[in-house]
Design a binder for this molecule. Structure first.
Ligand SMILES: [Zn+2]
Length: 176
């Protein structure tokens, strides 16, 4: 991939994401209504209310190759338990009651909100390309905090600090 290829394909990727979200809007529910007891210790009520969750039999990535973004075959054909697009996330139906997986995706919600679609997609793609899925910065942030959540470690001002780290990483990647 070069970032210019991604940049020219971005409107198509975003259009696919918007269409995918629209197709699930009716079956989605606000995260706040799921009755999880610990998410509110980490995320603000407004974040939990504006985040939409849909449960799907299979979590899918955008069809990047078809949309003109090459070089992401492994990512595109991987299998995932959850994925976040904008203020909306999708979780495999079998994990409907896993608060931990909802926590992970809610971290991505904050990342999307702080970065906006363009910067999120750039930073995610750059990370995948240079560091791979498990080491890309936006996933590391989600997995490391999920581990703390799983252990019950309190993280004061979590959402605010997270937003700051996200902005810092974007600057570090030259996305200012
Ligand atoms: Zn993730």
């Amino acid at each position: 991939m070069d970032l210019r290829e991604l940049e020219s394909a971005l409107p198509r990727v975003e259009a696919w994401i918007d269409g995918y979200i629209s197709a699930h809007r009716e079956v989605a529910v606000p995260l706040a209504t799921r009755g999880f007891s610990r998410l509110g210790l980490y995320f603000s009520h407004s974040t939990l209310q504006t985040t939409q969750v849909a449960y799907v039999p299979k979590v899918i990535t955008p069809p990047l190759e078809q949309l003109g973004v090459s070089g992401f075959n492994d990512f595109e054909h991987g299998s995932y338990w959850g994925i976040t697009y904008k203020d909306f996330f999708f979780i495999d139906s079998s994990l409907r009651d896993s608060e931990s997986d909802h926590f992970h995706e809610a971290v991505h919600i904050v990342q999307w909100r702080e970065l906006g679609a363009k910067k999120f997609l750039f930073l995610y793609a750059k990370g995948l390309k240079e560091d791979g899925y498990w080491n890309c910065v936006l996933e590391v942030m989600a997995y490391q905090n999920q581990t703390k959540f799983d252990k019950g470690t309190p993280i004061p001002n979590f959402e605010m600090e997270l937003a700051q780290v996200v902005r810092h990483e974007a600057e570090r990647a030259g996305l200012g």
